[in-house]
Write a protein that binds this ligand. Structure first.
Ligand SMILES: *Cc1c(COP(=O)(O)O)cnc(C)c1O
Length: 366
């Protein structure tokens, strides 16, 4: 069986370095917000090209802290509307709601799966104060067009970069540095994944960075002095140490994902399979390789029978979830079409090229 994602194999590559880091960590006797977190923050800010990086507990908390930070800066207030792609992982939407803001769903482009810039403008109201873009499956959203819209309506532009670590535009600017602020997740399956939960915020805005640093640690400005109603959303020290080890491998891993994707795009020739759009640049780091298939169940069953494990990202659109009942009546046909027909093929830095070729052959015989 070719696994959808072999996480053990992904991390086994770093075993010796992890053990070394763990031993030093154990010996240090210092376990919260230590040198591991601050070193990783510096290195990840440098990697993204931003002035600031704040390590936090997970990707969801990173998004919520960005919104709370802007609320503290009085750039947002409860009840403000935030434009969000309808086609996303539900965490993007839940974070908006958690901060007391109102999500406004916008349809994607069916070829890139990302928010359609020409659909954004007609959803901007007097209450709209921000756009949360998602670089879905690892492909950058159309940031130039979206930035123009944000500028003309004076909207904050926030990136949900949880799937796009290392994605780069043609000018060499990376995800995390393409808007006013960005949220990353280091959930184990992401392109840069911890061995547990983790997340980060990147920004060039010093005031925002300062507030988020306080908020993640009970609103503390100095020991036992609390200026704001904060929370405990700290990045764990041991996860920061592991992440710093893996960061050095991220570009190589992303290149490997692109190589596999190029093989799929060139090799898969089957009328029943609609392949994703890719312009051959570094603007896509293939967190997922997602195809559309009319009869998804038959396709996944067939793959399984042939020894290939596939997955679905995601089977139910956020606005169709029971938890979001107030949005169940929205009509978002492109989003619903994608959620009904999408299938994710195996792609990871440890998928062998031989297995990838076998997957192509199996799919062409479907
Ligand atoms: C993974 C993910 C998140 C949430 O990250 P967690 O670390 O699991 O909280 C948010 N948005 C998107 C698009 C994601 O893929």
């Amino acid at each position: 069986m070719i696994k959808f994602l072999d996480l053990h194999k992904v991390n086994a590559r770093f075993e010796a370095e992890f053990k070394n880091q763990f031993q030093q960590f154990l010996d240090s006797g210092y376990y919260i917000l230590g040198k591991g977190v601050s070193t990783f923050e510096t290195n990840y800010a440098n990697y993204c090209g931003t002035k600031h990086c704040i390590g936090v507990s997970n990707g969801f908390d990173a998004l919520v802290l960005i919104f709370k930070g802007y609320i503290a800066l009085e750039l947002l207030k409860k009840g403000d509307e935030v434009i969000v792609p309808a086609n996303t992982f539900i965490a993007s939407v839940l974070a908006i709601l958690e901060a007391g803001l109102v999500p406004v769903f916008v349809e994607p482009d069916v070829d890139t799966f990302n928010i359609n810039p020409s659909e954004i403008e007609q959803h901007v109201s007097t209450k709209t104060k921000a756009i949360l873009v998602v670089h879905l499956y690892g492909q950058l959203a159309e940031m130039e067009a979206i930035q123009t819209i944000a500028n003309s309506h004076n909207l904050l532009l926030i990136e949900d970069a949880a799937q796009a670590h290392g994605a780069e535009n043609i000018k060499g600017k990376r995800a995390g540095d393409l808007g006013d602020s960005a949220a990353f997740s280091f959930y184990p399956a992401k392109n840069l994944g911890a061995l547990g939960d983790g997340g980060a915020i990147t920004t060039n805005n010093e005031a925002l960075a300062t507030i988020i640093k306080q908020l993640r640690n009970y609103g503390t400005v100095s020991k036992y002095e609390n200026e704001r109603l904060g929370v405990n959303n700290r990045l764990d020290e041991i996860q920061a140490l592991f992440l710093d080890v893996k960061l050095k491998q991220l570009d190589t891993d992303n290149t490997r994902r692109q190589t596999i994707a190029k093989g799929y795009l060139k090799g898969i020739v089957n009328d029943k399979i609609t392949l994703p759009f890719y312009d051959d640049s570094n603007n896509h780091v293939f967190h997922q390789f997602v195809v559309l298939v009319e009869d998804r169940t038959a396709f996944i069953d067939y793959l399984k029978k042939e020894g290939v494990e596939a997955s679905i990202h995601y089977p139910i659109a956020p606005h169709k979830q029971k938890a979001l009942q107030q949005y169940n009546n929205l009509k978002l046909p492109i989003t619903e079409h994608i959620h009904k027909h999408c299938v994710s093929l195996p792609i990871s830095p440890v998928l062998s090229l031989n297995d990838a070729t076998n997957i192509v052959n199996v799919i062409n015989d479907f």
